[in-house]
Design a protein. Structure first.
Length: 289
């Protein structure tokens, strides 16, 4: 029997309704493809290096257009698909050594990471943002690991003026999947142009980039995207410059959730960790996500 147009539409509607009830996909992630890399996570696993074997390669300043010397850390696996990318900038007067602990940490969890020196250690935050984007372009188009990185799933991090630079990078390039400013510093306090999912990590005892003048107004004045603000308890401006458990845990989870769309990591982000606690003075978030 020929179906009328109306009955065909009704059948499709029924099929969709049945399909959706069976799948039970979380509504916020329904349209996202997940790029799961590595085993099911535990909280303590996020505080250590992950399960991927990794290696690193240094890149001379003479080979890096638009930024300084760099180090690329990457999982050696070629059978796990491509990996998301992360570019990380140090802060004012710093070199990449200030944030180098994040290279092995993130690569071993399944990301291709480039830590950079800036052209000059005195470069301002917006310049650091431009340099982070140049580093991602180098990583995905020119570097020896370009075929290991998914150029559609990129992110930025940075310390202090590098953290301000990560906000500037996300403002310039809205296609970025995640930004993680660490003890960020910037003279611009308003970031309505940034809808990239952004995790800001502040330090309660930071006297160089006091959270009341930097991290907190940045968080409050971000755009419409998902965001979180973690204020580390008993911490200073440089706490995130060496291996730090809550920074590691939340950063890995944030990148997994928003660069890989891996909802196995949502549990570490939502509901937000309890605060105030010995770990966080404050933790704000736009859950659920
Ligand atoms: O570590 C930093 O990037 C601190 C920023 C800063 O000291 O700004 C003063 C102009
Ligand atoms: Zn602004």
């Amino acid at each position: 029997m020929l179906k009328t147009r109306k009955s065909v539409v009704a059948s499709i509607g029924t099929a969709l309704a049945v399909g959706m009830s069976v799948l039970a996909v979380p509504t916020t992630a329904a349209a996202e493809t997940e790029y799961r890399r590595g085993p099911d996570p535990t909280a303590s696993a996020l505080e250590r290096n992950g399960s991927f074997a990794y290696t690193s390669t240094t890149v001379a300043d003479s080979a890096t257009p638009g930024f300084g010397a760099a180090t690329i850390y990457y999982p050696t696996s070629t059978t796990s698909g491509t990996f998301g990318g992360v570019a990380i900038s140090p802060g004012f007067t710093e070199t990449q050594s200030a944030i180098s602990w994040l290279g092995p940490r993130l690569a071993s969890h399944g990301f291709v990471v480039i830590t950079i020196n800036t052209n000059s250690t005195g470069d301002q935050p917006d310049s650091r943002g431009t340099q982070l984007l140049a580093a991602l372009d180098y990583l995905t188009k020119t570097s020896s690991v370009r075929n290991r990185v998914d150029a559609t799933r990129l992110s930025v991090m940075g310390h202090s003026m590098g953290g301000g630079g990560s906000l500037a990078a996300a403002k310039t390039r809205p296609s970025l999947q995640a930004a993680i400013p660490l003890a960020p510093w910037h003279s611009d306090k308003t970031w309505p142009e940034v809808s990239t999912p952004t995790l800001i990590i502040g330090a309660d005892g930071d006297t160089i980039a006091p959270v009341a003048d930097h991290a907190e107004p940045f968080y409050t004045n971000l755009g419409a995207g998902q965001k979180a603000y973690a204020e580390l308890n008993g911490a200073s401006h440089n706490t995130t410059n060496s291996a730090n458990a809550p920074t590691s845990r939340q950063s890995v989870a944030w990148l997994k959730r928003f660069v890989d769309n891996d909802t196995r990591y949502t549990q570490f982000l939502c509901p937000p960790p309890p605060a105030p606690s010995t770990t966080y003075d404050e933790y704000r978030a736009t859950c659920p996500y």
